[in-house]
Design a protein around this ligand. Structure first.
Ligand code: GLN
Length: 543
Protein backbone atom coordinates (compact mmCIF):
# COMPACT_ATOMS: atom_id res chain seq x y z
CA UNK A 1 0.00 0.00 0.00
CA UNK A 2 1.38 3.40 -0.98
CA UNK A 3 0.95 6.22 1.48
CA UNK A 4 1.02 9.89 0.48
CA UNK A 5 2.67 12.70 2.40
CA UNK A 6 1.81 16.25 1.32
CA UNK A 7 4.20 19.05 2.20
CA UNK A 8 3.02 22.65 2.07
CA UNK A 9 4.83 25.84 3.02
CA UNK A 10 3.69 28.93 4.87
CA UNK A 11 4.69 32.45 5.93
CA UNK A 12 7.43 33.04 3.35
CA UNK A 13 9.00 31.25 0.40
CA UNK A 14 12.57 29.91 0.28
CA UNK A 15 12.28 28.03 3.56
CA UNK A 16 13.82 24.94 2.05
CA UNK A 17 10.72 22.82 1.55
CA UNK A 18 12.59 20.75 -1.01
CA UNK A 19 15.35 19.95 1.45
CA UNK A 20 12.83 19.20 4.17
CA UNK A 21 10.95 16.80 1.89
CA UNK A 22 14.16 15.16 0.71
CA UNK A 23 15.39 14.76 4.30
CA UNK A 24 12.20 13.11 5.47
CA UNK A 25 12.28 10.77 2.46
CA UNK A 26 15.89 9.90 3.29
CA UNK A 27 14.86 8.98 6.84
CA UNK A 28 12.09 6.70 5.64
CA UNK A 29 14.49 5.17 3.16
CA UNK A 30 17.02 4.60 5.95
CA UNK A 31 14.32 2.51 7.62
CA UNK A 32 14.07 0.37 4.51
CA UNK A 33 11.00 1.90 2.88
CA UNK A 34 10.72 2.63 -0.84
CA UNK A 35 10.21 6.31 -1.43
CA UNK A 36 9.40 8.61 -4.30
CA UNK A 37 9.34 12.41 -4.26
CA UNK A 38 7.24 14.71 -6.38
CA UNK A 39 7.01 18.44 -6.88
CA UNK A 40 3.88 20.35 -7.87
CA UNK A 41 4.69 23.86 -9.07
CA UNK A 42 1.94 26.47 -9.33
CA UNK A 43 3.49 28.61 -12.09
CA UNK A 44 2.14 28.83 -15.65
CA UNK A 45 5.32 27.77 -17.49
CA UNK A 46 4.88 24.25 -18.83
CA UNK A 47 8.26 23.44 -17.28
CA UNK A 48 11.12 25.57 -15.93
CA UNK A 49 13.17 25.02 -19.12
CA UNK A 50 12.48 28.48 -20.52
CA UNK A 51 12.94 30.35 -17.24
CA UNK A 52 16.02 32.42 -16.54
CA UNK A 53 18.32 30.61 -14.14
CA UNK A 54 18.78 33.84 -12.21
CA UNK A 55 15.06 33.92 -11.47
CA UNK A 56 14.21 30.36 -10.81
CA UNK A 57 17.52 28.68 -10.16
CA UNK A 58 18.92 25.65 -11.90
CA UNK A 59 16.90 23.54 -14.30
CA UNK A 60 17.38 19.97 -13.20
CA UNK A 61 17.35 17.40 -16.01
CA UNK A 62 16.19 13.83 -15.46
CA UNK A 63 17.43 10.71 -17.25
CA UNK A 64 14.23 10.63 -19.26
CA UNK A 65 14.89 14.15 -20.53
CA UNK A 66 12.51 16.29 -18.49
CA UNK A 67 13.52 19.82 -17.50
CA UNK A 68 12.41 20.09 -13.91
CA UNK A 69 12.55 22.12 -10.72
CA UNK A 70 15.84 22.18 -8.83
CA UNK A 71 14.21 20.52 -5.84
CA UNK A 72 14.30 17.29 -7.81
CA UNK A 73 18.07 17.57 -7.56
CA UNK A 74 17.81 17.56 -3.77
CA UNK A 75 15.49 14.57 -3.96
CA UNK A 76 18.01 12.61 -6.01
CA UNK A 77 21.00 13.61 -3.92
CA UNK A 78 19.28 12.66 -0.68
CA UNK A 79 17.65 9.41 -1.78
CA UNK A 80 19.63 8.26 -4.81
CA UNK A 81 16.30 7.52 -6.52
CA UNK A 82 16.45 8.79 -10.11
CA UNK A 83 13.64 11.28 -10.68
CA UNK A 84 11.38 10.88 -13.70
CA UNK A 85 9.36 13.13 -15.96
CA UNK A 86 6.30 12.14 -13.96
CA UNK A 87 7.73 13.61 -10.76
CA UNK A 88 7.30 17.31 -11.55
CA UNK A 89 4.17 19.07 -12.73
CA UNK A 90 3.25 22.72 -13.20
CA UNK A 91 -0.01 24.61 -13.60
CA UNK A 92 1.04 25.21 -17.22
CA UNK A 93 1.40 21.49 -17.90
CA UNK A 94 -1.93 20.67 -16.22
CA UNK A 95 -3.80 23.35 -18.19
CA UNK A 96 -2.12 22.34 -21.46
CA UNK A 97 -3.27 18.75 -20.99
CA UNK A 98 -6.79 19.72 -19.97
CA UNK A 99 -7.17 22.17 -22.88
CA UNK A 100 -5.86 19.59 -25.35
CA UNK A 101 -8.42 17.13 -24.08
CA UNK A 102 -11.14 19.74 -24.35
CA UNK A 103 -10.17 20.44 -27.99
CA UNK A 104 -10.31 16.74 -28.76
CA UNK A 105 -13.82 16.66 -27.34
CA UNK A 106 -12.89 14.28 -24.54
CA UNK A 107 -15.14 16.05 -22.03
CA UNK A 108 -18.26 15.22 -24.03
CA UNK A 109 -19.88 18.63 -23.94
CA UNK A 110 -19.15 19.40 -20.27
CA UNK A 111 -18.22 22.91 -19.13
CA UNK A 112 -14.54 22.57 -18.30
CA UNK A 113 -13.78 24.09 -14.89
CA UNK A 114 -11.04 24.37 -12.28
CA UNK A 115 -13.06 22.05 -10.07
CA UNK A 116 -13.36 19.23 -11.04
CA UNK A 117 -11.30 19.17 -14.26
CA UNK A 118 -8.09 20.89 -13.17
CA UNK A 119 -8.16 19.34 -9.70
CA UNK A 120 -8.84 15.90 -11.21
CA UNK A 121 -5.83 16.30 -13.50
CA UNK A 122 -3.67 17.22 -10.47
CA UNK A 123 -4.92 14.19 -8.56
CA UNK A 124 -4.23 11.93 -11.53
CA UNK A 125 -0.68 13.22 -11.66
CA UNK A 126 -0.12 12.54 -7.95
CA UNK A 127 -1.42 8.99 -8.21
CA UNK A 128 0.14 8.08 -11.58
CA UNK A 129 3.24 5.98 -12.18
CA UNK A 130 3.38 4.62 -8.63
CA UNK A 131 4.17 0.94 -8.18
CA UNK A 132 6.25 -0.44 -5.36
CA UNK A 133 6.57 2.78 -3.39
CA UNK A 134 5.72 2.67 0.30
CA UNK A 135 5.65 6.46 0.46
CA UNK A 136 5.15 9.17 -2.12
CA UNK A 137 6.07 12.60 -0.79
CA UNK A 138 4.48 15.49 -2.70
CA UNK A 139 5.85 18.95 -2.20
CA UNK A 140 3.50 21.78 -3.15
CA UNK A 141 5.46 24.76 -4.47
CA UNK A 142 4.64 28.31 -3.38
CA UNK A 143 3.25 29.55 -0.11
CA UNK A 144 -0.17 28.92 1.39
CA UNK A 145 -2.33 31.94 0.68
CA UNK A 146 -1.06 32.42 -2.88
CA UNK A 147 -3.85 32.56 -5.44
CA UNK A 148 -2.12 30.17 -7.83
CA UNK A 149 -1.63 27.34 -5.35
CA UNK A 150 -5.35 27.06 -4.58
CA UNK A 151 -6.18 24.31 -7.12
CA UNK A 152 -3.25 22.26 -5.80
CA UNK A 153 -4.38 22.64 -2.19
CA UNK A 154 -7.93 21.74 -3.19
CA UNK A 155 -6.66 18.64 -5.01
CA UNK A 156 -4.62 17.40 -2.05
CA UNK A 157 -7.51 18.15 0.31
CA UNK A 158 -9.79 15.99 -1.81
CA UNK A 159 -7.16 13.27 -2.01
CA UNK A 160 -6.87 13.17 1.77
CA UNK A 161 -10.59 12.45 1.91
CA UNK A 162 -10.48 9.88 -0.87
CA UNK A 163 -7.40 8.00 0.30
CA UNK A 164 -8.45 8.09 3.92
CA UNK A 165 -6.55 9.01 7.03
CA UNK A 166 -4.47 5.84 6.91
CA UNK A 167 -2.97 6.78 3.54
CA UNK A 168 -2.52 10.56 3.67
CA UNK A 169 -0.62 12.90 5.93
CA UNK A 170 -0.07 16.65 5.77
CA UNK A 171 3.09 18.45 6.81
CA UNK A 172 3.26 22.23 6.99
CA UNK A 173 6.59 24.00 6.95
CA UNK A 174 6.59 27.48 8.46
CA UNK A 175 8.92 30.17 9.68
CA UNK A 176 9.32 31.04 13.35
CA UNK A 177 11.19 34.34 13.19
CA UNK A 178 13.46 35.60 15.92
CA UNK A 179 12.75 39.19 16.91
CA UNK A 180 15.95 40.71 18.17
CA UNK A 181 14.29 43.66 19.89
CA UNK A 182 12.00 41.35 21.85
CA UNK A 183 14.65 38.65 22.21
CA UNK A 184 12.01 36.07 21.30
CA UNK A 185 10.98 33.55 18.70
CA UNK A 186 7.55 34.46 17.38
CA UNK A 187 4.91 31.82 16.72
CA UNK A 188 2.15 34.10 15.43
CA UNK A 189 3.02 33.80 11.72
CA UNK A 190 2.82 30.01 12.10
CA UNK A 191 -0.59 30.26 13.71
CA UNK A 192 -1.83 32.47 10.88
CA UNK A 193 -0.40 30.20 8.26
CA UNK A 194 -2.08 27.15 9.78
CA UNK A 195 -5.37 29.08 9.94
CA UNK A 196 -4.97 29.89 6.25
CA UNK A 197 -4.41 26.22 5.51
CA UNK A 198 -7.46 25.23 7.55
CA UNK A 199 -9.51 27.73 5.60
CA UNK A 200 -9.04 25.53 2.54
CA UNK A 201 -9.88 22.44 4.55
CA UNK A 202 -6.44 21.05 5.36
CA UNK A 203 -5.38 20.35 8.93
CA UNK A 204 -1.66 19.72 9.24
CA UNK A 205 -0.56 16.58 11.09
CA UNK A 206 3.04 17.67 11.52
CA UNK A 207 4.35 21.23 11.70
CA UNK A 208 7.95 21.80 10.81
CA UNK A 209 9.29 25.09 12.12
CA UNK A 210 12.20 26.79 10.41
CA UNK A 211 14.06 29.14 12.70
CA UNK A 212 17.51 30.52 13.31
CA UNK A 213 17.90 28.47 16.49
CA UNK A 214 16.24 25.40 17.99
CA UNK A 215 12.65 25.85 19.13
CA UNK A 216 12.43 25.96 22.95
CA UNK A 217 9.79 23.74 24.67
CA UNK A 218 7.49 26.70 25.46
CA UNK A 219 7.20 27.73 21.83
CA UNK A 220 6.67 24.13 20.82
CA UNK A 221 3.86 23.83 23.38
CA UNK A 222 2.31 27.05 22.15
CA UNK A 223 2.29 25.93 18.53
CA UNK A 224 0.92 22.56 19.56
CA UNK A 225 -1.90 24.13 21.53
CA UNK A 226 -2.89 26.83 19.08
CA UNK A 227 -2.46 24.82 15.88
CA UNK A 228 -4.12 21.61 17.06
CA UNK A 229 -1.11 19.34 16.67
CA UNK A 230 0.43 17.06 19.35
CA UNK A 231 3.62 18.60 20.78
CA UNK A 232 5.67 15.65 19.51
CA UNK A 233 4.54 16.53 16.00
CA UNK A 234 5.95 20.05 16.20
CA UNK A 235 9.45 19.64 14.83
CA UNK A 236 12.14 22.26 15.02
CA UNK A 237 14.15 22.86 11.88
CA UNK A 238 16.92 25.26 12.92
CA UNK A 239 19.62 26.59 10.61
CA UNK A 240 22.49 24.11 10.55
CA UNK A 241 25.98 23.97 9.16
CA UNK A 242 25.41 21.49 6.37
CA UNK A 243 22.26 20.40 4.57
CA UNK A 244 23.33 16.78 4.93
CA UNK A 245 22.73 17.06 8.65
CA UNK A 246 19.03 17.83 8.26
CA UNK A 247 17.87 14.18 8.25
CA UNK A 248 19.81 13.56 11.47
CA UNK A 249 18.31 16.68 13.05
CA UNK A 250 14.76 15.54 12.20
CA UNK A 251 15.42 12.02 13.39
CA UNK A 252 16.80 13.20 16.73
CA UNK A 253 13.45 14.88 17.33
CA UNK A 254 11.48 11.80 16.37
CA UNK A 255 9.97 13.08 13.14
CA UNK A 256 10.15 9.74 11.31
CA UNK A 257 8.83 7.93 14.38
CA UNK A 258 5.86 10.29 14.63
CA UNK A 259 5.07 9.86 10.95
CA UNK A 260 5.15 6.08 11.20
CA UNK A 261 2.99 6.15 14.32
CA UNK A 262 0.47 8.25 12.49
CA UNK A 263 0.23 5.58 9.83
CA UNK A 264 0.10 2.83 12.43
CA UNK A 265 3.45 1.39 11.34
CA UNK A 266 5.31 -0.08 14.28
CA UNK A 267 8.24 2.15 15.04
CA UNK A 268 10.55 -0.49 16.46
CA UNK A 269 10.44 -2.84 13.46
CA UNK A 270 12.99 -1.05 11.35
CA UNK A 271 15.49 1.21 13.04
CA UNK A 272 16.92 3.73 10.60
CA UNK A 273 20.48 3.26 9.53
CA UNK A 274 21.97 6.75 9.52
CA UNK A 275 25.61 5.73 9.53
CA UNK A 276 26.34 7.05 6.06
CA UNK A 277 24.74 10.39 6.90
CA UNK A 278 26.85 10.74 10.02
CA UNK A 279 29.97 9.85 8.05
CA UNK A 280 29.28 12.49 5.39
CA UNK A 281 28.54 15.18 7.99
CA UNK A 282 31.77 14.38 9.82
CA UNK A 283 33.76 14.68 6.62
CA UNK A 284 32.17 18.01 5.76
CA UNK A 285 32.73 19.39 9.26
CA UNK A 286 36.27 18.21 9.76
CA UNK A 287 38.11 18.20 6.46
CA UNK A 288 41.87 17.80 6.41
CA UNK A 289 42.36 21.04 4.54
CA UNK A 290 40.85 23.52 2.11
CA UNK A 291 41.41 24.14 -1.59
CA UNK A 292 40.08 26.84 -3.88
CA UNK A 293 38.29 26.30 -7.15
CA UNK A 294 37.51 29.31 -9.32
CA UNK A 295 34.15 28.95 -11.02
CA UNK A 296 33.96 31.26 -13.99
CA UNK A 297 30.30 31.57 -14.83
CA UNK A 298 27.57 33.91 -15.85
CA UNK A 299 24.70 33.53 -13.44
CA UNK A 300 26.85 34.13 -10.39
CA UNK A 301 24.29 36.53 -8.86
CA UNK A 302 22.05 33.64 -7.82
CA UNK A 303 24.02 30.69 -6.59
CA UNK A 304 20.91 28.49 -6.92
CA UNK A 305 21.36 28.66 -10.69
CA UNK A 306 24.26 26.25 -10.25
CA UNK A 307 22.79 24.27 -7.36
CA UNK A 308 23.91 20.80 -8.48
CA UNK A 309 27.34 22.10 -9.39
CA UNK A 310 27.85 23.60 -5.94
CA UNK A 311 26.88 20.27 -4.40
CA UNK A 312 28.96 18.17 -6.80
CA UNK A 313 32.05 20.24 -5.99
CA UNK A 314 31.47 19.68 -2.31
CA UNK A 315 31.03 15.93 -2.99
CA UNK A 316 34.37 15.99 -4.80
CA UNK A 317 35.76 17.48 -1.57
CA UNK A 318 34.14 14.75 0.53
CA UNK A 319 35.81 12.13 -1.69
CA UNK A 320 39.21 13.72 -1.01
CA UNK A 321 38.64 14.82 2.57
CA UNK A 322 39.03 18.50 1.80
CA UNK A 323 36.77 21.50 1.93
CA UNK A 324 36.27 23.05 -1.49
CA UNK A 325 36.17 26.82 -1.32
CA UNK A 326 34.32 28.04 -4.37
CA UNK A 327 35.37 31.39 -5.72
CA UNK A 328 32.64 32.51 -8.07
CA UNK A 329 33.83 34.94 -10.69
CA UNK A 330 31.72 36.67 -13.30
CA UNK A 331 33.12 35.66 -16.71
CA UNK A 332 32.68 39.16 -18.12
CA UNK A 333 35.48 40.34 -15.84
CA UNK A 334 37.94 38.33 -17.93
CA UNK A 335 37.11 40.18 -21.07
CA UNK A 336 39.77 42.71 -20.21
CA UNK A 337 43.35 41.52 -20.70
CA UNK A 338 44.84 41.53 -17.22
CA UNK A 339 41.78 40.47 -15.21
CA UNK A 340 42.95 36.91 -15.77
CA UNK A 341 45.24 37.37 -12.77
CA UNK A 342 42.13 36.99 -10.65
CA UNK A 343 42.63 33.32 -11.28
CA UNK A 344 46.03 33.30 -9.62
CA UNK A 345 45.87 31.26 -6.46
CA UNK A 346 43.02 29.06 -7.66
CA UNK A 347 44.00 25.41 -7.54
CA UNK A 348 41.49 24.52 -10.20
CA UNK A 349 39.29 26.36 -12.71
CA UNK A 350 35.81 25.30 -13.66
CA UNK A 351 33.71 26.80 -16.42
CA UNK A 352 30.12 25.60 -16.02
CA UNK A 353 27.16 25.44 -18.40
CA UNK A 354 25.75 28.63 -19.82
CA UNK A 355 23.87 30.24 -22.66
CA UNK A 356 24.47 33.18 -24.96
CA UNK A 357 27.37 35.34 -26.01
CA UNK A 358 27.70 37.54 -22.94
CA UNK A 359 30.76 36.46 -20.98
CA UNK A 360 31.84 33.89 -23.60
CA UNK A 361 35.16 35.60 -24.37
CA UNK A 362 35.89 35.71 -20.64
CA UNK A 363 35.37 31.97 -20.39
CA UNK A 364 37.63 31.42 -23.37
CA UNK A 365 40.28 33.50 -21.62
CA UNK A 366 39.89 31.43 -18.44
CA UNK A 367 40.28 28.20 -20.45
CA UNK A 368 43.43 29.57 -22.05
CA UNK A 369 44.87 30.60 -18.70
CA UNK A 370 44.25 27.08 -17.32
CA UNK A 371 45.82 25.42 -20.36
CA UNK A 372 48.89 27.61 -20.49
CA UNK A 373 49.52 27.72 -16.73
CA UNK A 374 48.79 24.00 -16.35
CA UNK A 375 46.04 24.62 -13.79
CA UNK A 376 43.42 21.80 -13.61
CA UNK A 377 40.51 22.76 -15.85
CA UNK A 378 37.03 21.33 -15.89
CA UNK A 379 34.73 22.57 -18.65
CA UNK A 380 31.11 21.57 -18.41
CA UNK A 381 28.86 21.82 -21.48
CA UNK A 382 29.36 25.48 -22.45
CA UNK A 383 32.69 25.23 -20.61
CA UNK A 384 33.75 22.44 -22.97
CA UNK A 385 32.58 24.34 -26.04
CA UNK A 386 34.58 27.42 -25.00
CA UNK A 387 37.67 25.25 -24.35
CA UNK A 388 37.41 23.82 -27.86
CA UNK A 389 37.07 27.30 -29.39
CA UNK A 390 40.13 28.36 -27.38
CA UNK A 391 42.16 25.39 -28.66
CA UNK A 392 40.99 26.02 -32.23
CA UNK A 393 42.01 29.68 -32.14
CA UNK A 394 45.26 29.47 -30.23
CA UNK A 395 46.60 26.01 -31.05
CA UNK A 396 45.09 24.94 -34.36
CA UNK A 397 45.38 28.35 -36.01
CA UNK A 398 41.65 28.63 -36.75
CA UNK A 399 41.65 32.25 -35.70
CA UNK A 400 38.00 33.00 -36.45
CA UNK A 401 36.70 29.91 -34.63
CA UNK A 402 33.41 30.48 -32.82
CA UNK A 403 29.97 29.10 -32.09
CA UNK A 404 26.84 29.62 -34.18
CA UNK A 405 25.06 30.27 -30.88
CA UNK A 406 26.48 33.80 -31.18
CA UNK A 407 25.34 34.32 -34.79
CA UNK A 408 26.82 33.44 -38.18
CA UNK A 409 30.42 32.38 -37.91
CA UNK A 410 33.02 31.65 -40.62
CA UNK A 411 34.52 28.73 -38.68
CA UNK A 412 31.69 27.10 -36.68
CA UNK A 413 33.79 24.92 -34.38
CA UNK A 414 30.65 24.71 -32.25
CA UNK A 415 27.40 24.58 -34.16
CA UNK A 416 23.71 23.86 -34.07
CA UNK A 417 23.02 20.21 -34.54
CA UNK A 418 19.93 19.60 -36.58
CA UNK A 419 19.74 15.82 -36.40
CA UNK A 420 20.91 13.18 -33.98
CA UNK A 421 20.14 9.68 -32.80
CA UNK A 422 18.39 9.02 -29.53
CA UNK A 423 17.59 5.44 -28.56
CA UNK A 424 17.71 4.35 -32.23
CA UNK A 425 15.40 7.19 -33.33
CA UNK A 426 16.36 10.29 -35.26
CA UNK A 427 15.54 13.61 -33.56
CA UNK A 428 15.40 16.78 -35.70
CA UNK A 429 15.58 20.50 -34.92
CA UNK A 430 16.23 23.71 -36.81
CA UNK A 431 16.62 27.42 -36.07
CA UNK A 432 12.85 27.93 -36.02
CA UNK A 433 12.06 25.17 -33.53
CA UNK A 434 10.35 26.25 -30.27
CA UNK A 435 12.75 26.97 -27.41
CA UNK A 436 10.91 24.94 -24.77
CA UNK A 437 11.84 21.27 -24.35
CA UNK A 438 13.75 21.00 -27.63
CA UNK A 439 17.40 20.77 -26.61
CA UNK A 440 19.36 17.53 -26.58
CA UNK A 441 17.92 16.49 -23.24
CA UNK A 442 18.38 13.64 -20.82
CA UNK A 443 20.60 10.57 -20.67
CA UNK A 444 22.79 9.65 -23.63
CA UNK A 445 25.49 7.02 -23.80
CA UNK A 446 29.08 7.85 -24.52
CA UNK A 447 32.00 5.60 -25.45
CA UNK A 448 35.33 6.25 -23.81
CA UNK A 449 38.51 5.88 -25.82
CA UNK A 450 41.08 3.47 -24.32
CA UNK A 451 44.14 4.88 -22.56
CA UNK A 452 42.60 8.27 -21.90
CA UNK A 453 42.27 10.10 -18.61
CA UNK A 454 38.48 9.75 -18.55
CA UNK A 455 38.68 6.02 -19.21
CA UNK A 456 40.89 5.72 -16.14
CA UNK A 457 38.59 7.93 -14.09
CA UNK A 458 35.38 6.11 -14.95
CA UNK A 459 36.96 2.63 -15.21
CA UNK A 460 34.32 1.83 -17.83
CA UNK A 461 34.10 1.69 -21.61
CA UNK A 462 30.61 3.13 -21.84
CA UNK A 463 28.95 5.67 -19.62
CA UNK A 464 25.60 7.42 -19.55
CA UNK A 465 25.28 11.07 -18.62
CA UNK A 466 22.61 13.76 -18.81
CA UNK A 467 22.53 16.51 -21.42
CA UNK A 468 20.91 19.89 -21.85
CA UNK A 469 22.20 21.87 -24.79
CA UNK A 470 21.43 22.88 -28.33
CA UNK A 471 24.92 23.20 -29.82
CA UNK A 472 27.67 20.61 -30.34
CA UNK A 473 31.38 20.55 -31.02
CA UNK A 474 31.61 20.25 -34.79
CA UNK A 475 33.10 16.88 -35.77
CA UNK A 476 34.42 18.38 -39.03
CA UNK A 477 37.22 20.06 -37.07
CA UNK A 478 38.28 16.91 -35.26
CA UNK A 479 41.42 16.16 -37.32
CA UNK A 480 42.71 19.73 -37.09
CA UNK A 481 42.11 19.86 -33.36
CA UNK A 482 43.69 16.47 -32.76
CA UNK A 483 46.77 17.57 -34.63
CA UNK A 484 46.93 20.53 -32.27
CA UNK A 485 47.01 18.16 -29.28
CA UNK A 486 43.36 17.90 -28.24
CA UNK A 487 42.11 14.36 -27.65
CA UNK A 488 38.50 13.43 -28.33
CA UNK A 489 38.29 10.93 -25.50
CA UNK A 490 34.53 10.38 -25.41
CA UNK A 491 32.21 10.08 -28.41
CA UNK A 492 28.55 9.20 -28.92
CA UNK A 493 28.25 5.48 -29.83
CA UNK A 494 27.60 6.39 -33.50
CA UNK A 495 30.85 8.39 -33.49
CA UNK A 496 29.19 11.63 -34.56
CA UNK A 497 28.98 13.71 -31.39
CA UNK A 498 32.09 14.68 -29.42
CA UNK A 499 31.14 14.16 -25.77
CA UNK A 500 34.49 14.57 -23.97
CA UNK A 501 37.75 16.29 -24.84
CA UNK A 502 41.02 16.36 -22.93
CA UNK A 503 44.63 17.45 -23.23
CA UNK A 504 46.76 14.38 -22.50
CA UNK A 505 49.84 16.51 -21.84
CA UNK A 506 48.12 18.71 -19.28
CA UNK A 507 47.96 17.74 -15.54
CA UNK A 508 44.13 17.71 -15.72
CA UNK A 509 42.16 19.32 -18.52
CA UNK A 510 38.78 17.80 -19.31
CA UNK A 511 35.74 19.17 -21.09
CA UNK A 512 32.43 17.33 -21.13
CA UNK A 513 29.39 18.07 -23.25
CA UNK A 514 27.06 16.67 -20.57
CA UNK A 515 26.27 17.72 -17.00
CA UNK A 516 27.99 15.30 -14.62
CA UNK A 517 26.97 17.42 -11.62
CA UNK A 518 23.40 16.19 -12.04
CA UNK A 519 24.40 12.67 -11.05
CA UNK A 520 26.70 13.36 -8.13
CA UNK A 521 25.59 12.26 -4.65
CA UNK A 522 27.15 12.87 -1.24
CA UNK A 523 27.59 9.11 -0.83
CA UNK A 524 28.74 8.57 -4.38
CA UNK A 525 30.68 11.65 -5.45
CA UNK A 526 30.82 11.81 -9.23
CA UNK A 527 34.15 10.32 -10.42
CA UNK A 528 34.98 13.37 -12.55
CA UNK A 529 34.49 15.75 -9.63
CA UNK A 530 36.43 13.49 -7.27
CA UNK A 531 39.30 13.31 -9.78
CA UNK A 532 39.24 17.04 -10.56
CA UNK A 533 39.45 17.94 -6.87
CA UNK A 534 42.21 15.35 -6.47
CA UNK A 535 44.15 17.07 -9.27
CA UNK A 536 43.59 20.47 -7.65
CA UNK A 537 45.07 19.13 -4.42
CA UNK A 538 48.12 17.89 -6.35
CA UNK A 539 48.38 21.31 -7.91
CA UNK A 540 48.32 23.02 -4.53
CA UNK A 541 51.38 21.01 -3.49
CA UNK A 542 53.25 22.49 -6.43
CA UNK A 543 52.67 26.15 -5.59
N1 GLN B 1 24.57 27.17 -24.76
C1 GLN B 1 25.15 25.91 -25.04
C2 GLN B 1 24.25 25.05 -25.90
O1 GLN B 1 23.07 25.24 -25.95
C3 GLN B 1 25.55 25.17 -23.78
C4 GLN B 1 24.40 24.82 -22.91
C5 GLN B 1 24.82 24.39 -21.53
O2 GLN B 1 25.91 24.73 -21.09
N2 GLN B 1 23.97 23.67 -20.87
O3 GLN B 1 24.73 24.14 -26.53
Amino acid sequence: MTRFVFITGGVVSSLGKGLASASLAALLQARGYNVRLRKLDPYINVDPGTMSPTQHGEVFVTDDGAETDLDLGHYERFTGVAARRTDNITTGRIYTDVIEKERRGDYLGATVQVIPHITDAIKEFILADVEEEDFVLCEIGGTVGDIESLPFLEAIRQLGNELGRERALYIHLTLVPYLKSAGELKTKPTQHSVTELQRVGIRPDIILCRSECALPPEERAKISQLCNVPADNVISAPDIETIYEVPICYHDQGMDRQLLRYFGLADDERKPNLKRWRRVVKRIRKPEREITIAVVGKYTSLIDSYKSLVEALSHGGIANNVRVRQKWIDAEIFESEDAVHQLDGAEGILVPGGFGERGAEGKIAAARFARERRVPYFGICFGMQMAVIEAARNLAGITSAGSTEFGDCPEPVVGLLTEWLHGGQVERRDHDTDLGGTMRLGAYECELRPKTRVRKIYRKKRISERHRHRYEVNIRYRKQLEKAGLCFSGMSPDGVLPEIIEFPEHPWYVGVQFHPELKSRPFEPHPLFASFIGAAIEQSHLV
